[in-house]
Design a protein. Structure first.
Length: 527
């Protein structure tokens, strides 16, 4: 009996204008959304290639002091399905010894909280949510009221058929009506992707897509049950459709926006200006301590006509200086290198607290948005597509762990206290001030004192340059022995298990609503 009712419901539905309208919407919007997403993905890939080339160039170091690797994360092709927060945050991180990576560079720095989802993103999942939820309501708003108004429900109940069989049959028939639209939507999407040469998926990514399709079926059924529940609680189809449309607008548009706004209102994040003030205070303390140590070191008799290039985070290149000047710089680096790392650890609690506030805000917005089933589904899709907060946080954590590996390598190999930290010259070639003057003056002066007496320290008489002393002409050194960063995405099982939590919530809501709908229909007045 259930199958007979379902087949009758299906035959009645497929000849209605709303069925045709649903397919037309899918035909127009799905390819349009996926083409836009693919083009945006191509643009991100172009930016990635440019940033990667720049990073490769920046990562060529002339000494260990200048090696502060730049990491660029490759965009995930699954972002064409669900962007999540991947378009809010940057994908570039530069590893400093004096600071732990807090946020990625780029867009992440230009937003109050880059971890909050946008109000609306025009991607495949967003469009699918709009179409399928609307179609689910349009086919279920009158599943009880329409039959009551036409009198067919009374006629059906006059026969030896239970109300539960009628309800299950009508729900199954509606599902058989809507499932072709869902399959058609994914089919169109995958057809565009297969024909497009810019996109290629790996085996695990195809598994994620398959799981996403299954989750989409759960999402569709849930909205059908919501429509059924509303229809079972009112007596007129006009009332039911109005309530369904109001609920649809609330679920898809009001709740997501209200969730982000409420999270920002309830959880205040400290200003970045205050954070920088605290960080600057710690950095000043480091500078004072480093300067105090430098002053205590024996001053060199003469620096020499050297090439000296210094910068942030211990960046230093020196060539052609006197022996005691180079030794003094080595001692300073040996002390200041580990000190720089210690003060990075002092700064981190302030940055971590700021990140913790951003994370609390993001989590509150997410949990508030879970009042909408559509947001729960979109979050599960983002988890499957590796574009959610957890995926980005995984990337940042890996950059922090890589920084620790790099620092441990420097400490283990005593690089901060080595001459190779800041020069390519052989320590055996270092000269005293007298030897340097004799060499650079081409024998005109034998000692530094004679140079000051005879030429009054005029550098134009120092015409001979120490070989390989020009730091700007140095070639990059071989850094292949150092730890190399290798990004590891969360594995498929982890992302699926994370998504299962969200889908479990949807199923729970669906079961409760179905039971309430069943109770309502059992007591439904068919007159």
């Amino acid at each position: 009996m259930i199958l007979r009712i379902a087949s009758k419901e299906w035959l009645n539905n497929i000849v209605t204008p709303r069925f045709i309208t649903g397919f037309v919407l899918c035909l127009l919007l799905i390819p349009f959304s996926i083409v836009i997403s693919i083009n945006e993905y191509k643009s991100k890939m172009n930016v990635y290639e440019i940033e990667k080339a720049k990073a490769d160039e920046e990562n060529k170091a002339k000494a260990y002091s200048t090696y502060r690797p730049v990491i660029v994360k490759k965009p995930t092709p699954l972002s064409i399905f669900a962007r999540g927060i991947s378009y809010n945050v940057g994908d570039r991180v530069k590893v400093f010894f004096g600071d732990k990576p807090m946020l990625s560079e780029g867009k992440a720095e230009s937003r109050d909280n880059p971890f909050l989802n946008r109000f609306f993103t025009f991607d495949f999942v967003s469009v699918l949510v709009i179409i399928m939820s609307l179609m689910a309501f349009l086919f279920t708003y009158d599943i009880c009221t329409g039959e009551r108004e036409s009198g067919t429900l009374k006629m059906m109940l006059a026969n030896p058929v239970s109300r539960s069989a009628i309800l299950m049959g009508k729900l199954l028939g509606t599902f058989l009506t809507l499932i072709p639209m869902l399959i058609f939507s994914f089919g169109l999407c995958l057809l565009v992707i297969i024909l497009h040469k810019a996109i290629a998926f790996s085996g695990p990514e195809w598994i994620r897509i398959g799981v996403m399709i299954l989750f989409s079926v759960v999402f569709l059924i849930l909205f059908m049950i919501v429509g059924l529940f509303i229809s079972s609680r009112v007596r007129h189809s006009a009332t039911s459709i109005v309530i369904c449309l109001i609920v649809w607008v609330i679920f898809l548009f009001i709740i997501p926006n209200l969730a982000s706004y409420s999270a920002k209102s309830f959880i205040r994040v400290g200003s970045s200006e205050n954070l920088e003030y605290d960080i600057n205070s710690i950095e000043k303390e480091f500078q004072d301590k480093a300067g105090e140590f430098s002053v205590k070191q024996q001053q060199p008799d003469w620096s020499g006509s050297s090439y000296y290039w210094g910068g942030e985070d211990g960046f230093k290149l020196i060539g052609g200086a006197t022996k005691n000047f180079m030794e003094r710089e080595r001692r300073i680096n040996e002390y200041c290198g580990p000190l720089l790392i210690q003060y990075a650890d002092k700064k981190w609690p302030f940055r971590e607290q700021y990140l913790h506030e951003l994370e609390k805000q993001q989590k509150l917005a997410k949990y508030l948005s879970f009042l909408s089933p559509s947001e729960i589904f979109k979050e599960s899709a983002s988890a499957l597509c590796s574009t959610n907060y957890e995926s980005h946080n995984n990337f940042l954590n890996q950059t922090r762990n890589y920084r620790e590996l790099l620092i441990n390598y420097y400490l283990k190999n005593h690089l901060f206290g080595s001459f190779s930290y800041f020069t390519q010259l052989d320590p055996g070639s270092f000269m005293t001030a007298d030897e340097l003057i004799n060499y650079e003056s081409n024998g005109l002066c034998k000692t530094f004192s004679e140079f000051n007496t005879k030429f009054h320290g005029d550098w134009q008489y120092l015409t001979k340059i120490i070989p390989n002393s020009n730091v700007f002409e140095w070639k990059p050194i071989d850094m292949s022995g150092l730890p190399q960063f290798e990004y590891r995405n969360l594995n498929v099982l982890t992302d699926i298990s994370n998504s299962l939590i969200y889908i479990g919530v949807l199923l729970g809501i669906g079961i409760i609503l179905f039971w309430l709908s069943f109770l309502s229909f059992i007591q439904y007045d068919v007159r």
